[in-house]
Design a protein. Structure first.
Length: 483
């Protein structure tokens, strides 16, 4: 294969594509492949055809192997799969899809969510459990299945247990390691902890993907957790900001960070520690929607002349917000009138960073540990300008790894799950920091007024709770790592 020693495969089922990385123990990326995914968005509706996931996985795997010096690998240490958090579908007893997949931000299950909250379950409208109940009502019987479970089942040739990370938004109790009593729910899948061995790649899957027969398949985590692993943000107080189509913040803590509103939730790491965080509906997806076909680097260069922008944006990718506040009725907003395309691009970049700052302020409000390093990952971390802008607006240093893909995190989890040591140590070996950005105090001060204006507007609309708005105002003169 052109390398010494073992390698692991990470598979990331994203919103717009499947991405696959073959990674050596020291983090060297030996092969990379991707394949596009299509979806259907219409208002609060967001679906994908689950059959396309496997087709894309096969293409992406073969793409990762095609440039290897000695051809396809004869051995891979293991693989793990991550998916978008809260994406669910129904399958039959053999594991075949019997419904479309409702994606992470599909908002049609609000009535089911209301009933579940009335029964005492802390769920959001876009979480997996309400959507699974919606699917059961719309499509009849079926087995509740999370996105990576379908791919893992194809890989091993039979249905597999789900992992507790993807099951979290289906209301799995990660502290008690058990399903709660869920009104109206059918039989729920068996749950294992991330890093558990699910089986081995079967001959049919090997033929389709090029992955060697017998490769261990390890239970994965959500894409946000995968990106967190890829950032190395696994020690208490460290945080990873994953900016792709939408924004996810994930941190590490010795104890759960409790949020009575359910906006912040806690994943359980393979070692039993806690990974608190939340998923916003703002993100880089607004750029794709507003500027189809634009050259991001060219637009970034033009946007640099608009700091701050003449407009202030809260750039939701889809209706409703989940973090840093819960507001199903929220819609994208722009205060003021942009001077032109470049100014609007600047307003959207800055608006995402304002939302990111508000997320960090909210986490501080809840008492989360914030004193460790912050790392940027996700597709948007490929933009040097946006990284610099975000560090300035957040007022704190930020690290950017050489490899920002969640698939790297799954390769690390696969290495951990096949006996290569504690996940924190595996990630330390695999993650390479490329850049450290120091905030410029004068630029941080420049953005304080538009950030405060946005906070006030969110509170005035009844979306942001007044105590959270007040806390954000109190921290205007401090960096977001401060106590």
């Amino acid at each position: 294969m052109g390398y010494e020693g073992e390698a692991w495969l990470g598979i990331d089922l994203g919103t717009q594509s499947v991405r696959v990385l073959l990674v050596a123990a020291d983090g060297t990326v030996l092969g990379a492949g991707s394949a596009p995914l299509a979806g259907m968005r219409d208002g609060v509706r967001h679906e994908q055809d689950p059959g396309e996931w496997w087709t894309a996985v096969c293409a992406a795997c073969r793409g990762a192997f095609k440039d290897l010096k000695d051809g396809p690998p004869s051995r891979i240490g293991g693989l793990a799969v991550c998916g978008t958090s809260g994406t669910v579908l129904l399958t039959d007893a053999a594991g075949r899809p019997v419904s479309p997949a409702l994606m992470y931000d599909d908002g049609r299950a609000w009535a089911e969510a209301e009933r579940l909250r009335g029964a005492g379950l802390m769920v959001q409208n876009t979480w997996g459990l309400p959507k699974a109940l919606w699917l059961l009502r719309a499509h009849g019987q079926g087995r509740i299945t999370h996105q990576p479970d379908l791919v893992a089942a194809e890989l091993v040739g039979r249905p597999v247990p789900t992992d507790s990370s993807h099951a979290l938004k289906t209301a799995y109790d990660v502290e008690g390691d058990a399903w709660p009593d869920i009104p109206g729910a059918p039989a729920l899948p068996e749950v294992v902890r991330p890093g558990t061995r699910l089986g081995e790649v079967c001959p049919a899957a090997a033929d389709a993907t090029g992955i060697p027969v017998g490769t261990p398949v390890i239970a994965g985590m959500t894409d946000g957790c995968a990106a967190q692993i890829a950032s190395g943000a696994l020690r208490p107080g460290s945080w990873n900001s994953v900016l792709g189509t939408t924004l996810v913040l994930k941190g590490a803590s010795r104890t759960p960070v409790h949020d009575p509103t359910g906006v912040v939730y806690n994943h359980r790491a393979p070692d039993g520690s806690w990974l608190p965080g939340g998923a916003s509906s703002v993100g880089a997806g607004v750029l794709t929607a507003a500027f189809a076909g634009a050259d991001p680097a060219a637009m970034d260069a033009r946007a640099a002349a608009h700091e701050p922008s003449g407009a202030v944006a809260y750039p939701l990718v889809s209706p409703g917000e989940r973090f840093p506040f819960l507001a199903p009725q929220a819609s994208a907003l722009v205060l003021g009138e942009p001077e032109g395309e470049a100014d609007l691009w600047a307003a959207l970049l800055q608006g995402v960073a304002f939302a990111e700052r508000l997320c960090l302020d909210y986490l501080h409000h809840l008492g989360a540990p914030m004193d460790g390093p912050l790392t940027f990952t996700g597709g948007a971390a490929r933009s040097p300008y946006w990284n610099r802008l975000r560090a300035d607006i957040l007022g704190r240093p930020a690290r950017v790894p050489e490899q920002t893909e969640p698939a790297l995190g799954m390769a690390a989890l696969a290495a951990h799950g096949t006996g290569s040591g504690p996940l924190t140590d595996v990630a330390d070996r695999m993650v390479r920091i490329h850049t450290v950005l120091e905030p410029r105090p004068d630029r941080t001060a420049l953005f304080a007024e538009p950030y405060a204006r946005l906070v006030d507007e969110l509170a005035a609309r009844g979306w942001l709770p007044p105590p959270v708005a007040a806390h954000a105002h109190e921290r205007l003169g401090r960096d977001t790592a401060g106590s």
